[in-house]
Design a protein around this ligand. Structure first.
Ligand SMILES: NC(=O)c1ccc[n+]([C@@H]2O[C@H](COP(=O)([O-])OP(=O)(O)OC[C@H]3O[C@@H](n4cnc5c(N)ncnc54)[C@H](OP(=O)(O)O)[C@@H]3O)[C@@H](O)[C@H]2O)c1
Length: 330
């Protein structure tokens, strides 16, 4: 099979595109003919040598996939040959990744693809959609009628947070780095979208949410807790899921006197059952046309190194040149 893989960690140039042996299915794995994959920031950290866990050698990069099952392992029970499936959580915790024509995936990480939704859309929404759902439903317990603020309403996770919050029935305030991104965030359902490069976001949020926001979802890697806690309503909740190296100051008094709480998580440590519960809701919302993927561009799998370079420029260096996901097709 053709695959995008690495034999050593380093800059995007370490990604090779070429032939690897077809994977063999074992136990409860199924073999998926990949239709589409998507890039996430964590793919670039792992490729760069973040050393979160040991990598198989060679290591096929990537977490997300959508495709069609062509073989069933001896202990797999959930699916049959020909079923369309999507999933994430590959290329993590020692598992092989997804950027290849064929993937052997344990069936517990796969979900049935709705007939009316393409592989591109499902791959683009896999890790980000499950992350947003876990944070909003399992951790912050966002409720209808509440107000949420999220940084970056057209980013990978931000676009999902905006849409899932609307599906739950909350009021959404978000930001974008250009007028086009502000318009896009509104088209995804945001009630209020602010251009953070030309407007004073603090002043704006105080005006539109004078009583504070119930949930603050931070997508930035360097959170400013004086601002965040200042935005929160009584009993407000903060969701943190980025910035492993951040060591910011923290306003202890304002935080506890308002009765606030804070949740941190990584999606890949959620159990298969927790991730499946998220995927079931995402599938329902996708089928009903209530959830849409923000795909910035679709590239051939052979362009995996270029895709990583582009993702890295945006996530680490804030180039602002993508709005949504980079999807690749074998
Ligand atoms: N814990 C987990 O399980 C988990 C899961 C997924 C992702 N993550 C992490 O979450 C972070 C975001 O991931 P992602 O996939 O959403 O990345 P992304 O697609 O690169 O999005 C980043 C967003 O941040 C916005 N942004 C950058 N600088 C900003 C600023 N100064 N003010 C306001 N907004 C700003 C960008 O907005 P503009 O483009 O409008 O500038 C963009 O929308 C990454 O660090 C990733 O590693 C963690």
């Amino acid at each position: 099979m053709k695959a995008a893989y690495i034999e050593q960690t380093g800059p995007p140039d370490v990604i090779r595109y070429g032939d690897l042996p077809d994977p063999k299915v074992e136990g409860a794995q199924v073999l998926v003919r990949v239709g589409a994959v998507a890039v996430n920031p964590i793919d670039t950290y792992i490729r760069n040598g973040a050393n979160y866990f040991e990598l198989p050698q060679p290591f096929v990069i990537g977490c997300d996939l959508a495709g069609t099952i062509i073989e069933i392992g001896p202990e797999a029970k959930r699916f049959k040959v020909g079923d369309r499936v999507w999933g994430s959580n590959q290329g993590l915790q020692g598992r092989q990744g997804t950027f290849s024509e064929l993937c052997a995936v344990d069936e517990r990480w796969l979900y049935s693809s709705p007939a009316n939704v393409t592989d591109e859309v499902l791959a683009a929404s896999a890790l980000t959609g499950i992350t947003a759902h876990l944070g909003l439903v399992r951790h912050a317990r966002l409720e209808a009628g509440e107000t949420i603020f999220v940084h970056g309403g057209t980013g990978g996770v931000g676009a999902m947070v905006v849409q899932i919050s609307k599906a739950i029935g909350a009021r959404v305030i978000t930001t974008g780095g250009s007028e086009e991104k502000v318009a896009l965030a509104r088209s995804l359902g945001a009630d209020i979208a602010i251009n953070y490069k030309s407007e004073d976001v603090d002043v704006f949020v105080k005006k539109v949410a004078p009583g504070g926001v119930d949930v603050f979802w931070e997508t930035l890697r360097e959170p400013n807790f004086d601002r965040i806690v200042g935005y929160l309503a009584e009993r407000g909740r903060i969701v943190l899921m980025a910035g492993r190296d951040a060591r910011p100051q923290f306003p202890v008094g304002p935080f506890y006197v308002k009765g606030c709480s804070m949740f941190g998580f990584v999606m890949f440590k959620a159990t298969p059952g927790e991730q499946r519960a998220a995927a079931d809701d995402l599938n329902r919302w996708f089928s009903a046309g209530r959830l849409h993927a923000r795909i910035d561009r679709v590239l051939p799998l052979s362009q995996a190194a270029a895709a990583h370079r582009l993702q890295e420029e945006n996530t680490l260096h804030r180039a602002g040149t993508i709005s949504g996901k980079i999807v690749l097709t074998p």
